[in-house]
Design a protein around this ligand. Sequence first.
Ligand code: RIB
Ligand code: CA
Length: 312
Amino acid sequence: MTRKIIIDTDPGQDDAVAILLALASPEEIEVLGITAVAGNVPLSLTAKNARIVCELAGKPDVKVYAGCEKPMGRVLVTAEHVHGETGLNGPKLPDPVMELQPEHGVDFIIDTLRAEPAGTVTLCPLGPLTNIATAFQRAPDIVEKVQEIVLMGGAYFEVGNITPTAEFNIYVDPQAAEIVFKSGAPIVVMSLDITHKALVTPARNEAFRAIGNRVGTAVAEMTDFFERFDLAKYGSEGAPLHDPCVTAYLIRPELFSGRHINVEIETQSELTMGMTVADWWGVTDRPPNALFMGTIDAQGFFDLLTERLARL
Ligand code: RIB
Ligand code: CA
């Protein structure tokens, strides 16, 4: 059964890999459109990078929209120190030829959810939740039409990567995250608890390079670049590949397991701003609102990713 999805993204090398995996998997995934959001780098760059990735995949017909250029209530925080000045440092990729769609990304999300049969569109946010929350606020009727939200964001056991308590996507727009997590839409959370177990070891990076097509080489060059930051920071044996966990879940959900628990977002304290307060141990009576993933079959994930990238 093919899932119709909207990818909401701030490319970002790991976003790029998530998009490539989706575009390489037409039996499982129909990409209705890609909406760019400000996050890793400003909107002008994320909207450009999303198109660069579609052309790298040989899919210039994918509809790409520019969404919100800043968070709902905070100054934009970007992450060039991780992703480089362009947000897609590593490979040398040509500027996009394909145009942006004229419609605003938020309007595309609203119009698509209203046009498609209820319960048939999955939202896949890979960056700050600004576009999703803005759409929900502007058109509350669409929330019940969402099949599922499968997002990369948050952390519990891994705690934070941008502050001691917060993961980047949630930290950039905590207000948006609160709206999404309180919306009532079914949510699957791929947090750092999962993505920090999906490490691009040298062998896995070599497997990307060994694919032998331009996508494999580009992905190897992206993860090489992305990794330098994480190796220095975590000393781990490789960089966590965050966003493709979202796409892999749509293709092979059995690679993951988790718990249906309550997750609330810190939006008041500057000290813990953007923390995902996940009731993993069920110590409160707060109602469960998210399937919070805890385990991943990491090698199975990389085998799937490498196999699919070879198709492009
Ligand atoms: O914290 C990791 C997340 O922040 C990933 O989505 C990465 O692309 C950045 O957006
Ligand atoms: Ca991202």
